[in-house]
Design a protein around this ligand. Structure first.
Ligand code: DAK
Length: 258
């Protein structure tokens, strides 16, 4: 496996785990870390032995956001030219499901990274926020758009304009996270959830993810048409036949991923 400096990479059965690993900087997302993260995730996305991925930080911080020290002296052109400026959007485009396992701070680009994932498992200590206003900017990797779609305009405004943090319980109440668990279990919970999804029919999982994500980009009529097309497409897979036959024979299906 590739040697990385700012992340730790493991596989747990069919789940690929990437742990952000700059604890001294609360996992601030330096350009190098983002490059490594993308390298590991895109590798898992292409690996047939992996069915789902988890991104985690540590108990104190998922990530406190983009590395402010690495941005402080950058010019506009340097920022524009930085490799992987669209890394957050690329994470959202991965074909396989990605779960963010969030404990402690998920701020700025860290909150945006969690939102670019498909599901979020939070520990009771998780805190979500977009504090960029305090350093004279606004979110730049999806915060104003994704938070608004999830939380609605008024709460999103309070977070973006006044740097308000959401606790794990508030995030759950407003639908930002899937579940909140005690801090000692959050990673295990995320890995378990990922393992369950990784054991499902791979092509159906891929198209299901794509259809849900496309709902943000389309009218209802377009989205319903796409969903129906994907549903019919799955009739061409061996796994669809296997799934229905296994149901009739009262046994567990054996997926082939085709
Ligand atoms: N960057 C760099 N270092 C950070 C950091 C960050 N975002 N957050 C924390 N650190 C470092 C601190 O500097 C400190 O380092 P030392 O001084 O020990 O060397 C260490 O982590 C521990 O932090 P603190 O001493 O501050 O710890 P506290 O418990 O007192 O406070 C805190 C924790 C999370 C409240 C505080 O550290 C904090 O406010 N951090 C900054 C949070 C923040 O403002 N985040 C947003 C950053 S801007 C884009 C893509 C992405 C973005 C924009 C555009 N495009 C593709 C266009 C994203 C932007 C951002 O995320």
């Amino acid at each position: 496996m590739t040697e990385y400096k700012d992340i730790l990479v493991e596989t747990h059965g069919r789940v690929g785990l990437v742990r952000l690993n700059r604890p001294g900087a609360l996992n601030a997302l330096s350009p190098q870390l983002m490059e490594e993260l993308w390298d590991a995730l895109s590798g898992f996305d292409q690996d047939e032995a992996v069915g789902a991925m988890v991104i985690a930080g540590n108990e104190r911080a998922f990530s406190a956001g983009a590395d402010i020290k690495a941005m402080a002296d950058a010019t506009l052109v340097e920022m524009l030219n930085r490799s992987l400026t669209d890394a957050w959007h690329r994470v959202a485009q991965l074909r396989k499901p990605v779960i963010a396992a969030v404990s402690g701070y998920a701020l700025g680009g860290g909150c945006e990274l969690a939102m670019a994932c498909d599901l979020i498992v939070a520990s009771e200590t998780a805190q979500f926020g977009q504090p960029e206003i305090q350093i004279g900017v606004i979110p730049g990797a999806g915060g104003t758009q994704r938070l608004t779609r999830i939380l609605g305009k008024h709460l999103a405004m309070e977070m973006v304009l006044n740097g308000r943090f959401l606790s794990a319980q508030e995030a759950l109440q407003h639908g930002l996270v899937n579940r909140v668990v005690p801090v000692e279990h959050y990673l295990e919970e995320a890995l378990q959830l990922a393992a369950q999804i990784a054991d499902r029919a791979p092509v159906a999982v891929r198209l299901g993810k794509e259809a849900v994500n496309k709902s943000y980009e389309m009218t209802l009529a377009e989205g319903l048409a796409l969903e129906q097309k994907y549903f019919y497409m799955l009739f061409a897979t061996e796994d669809r036949q296997e799934g229905m036959q296994a149901f009739i024979e009262k046994r567990k299906p054996r997926w082939k991923g085709r």
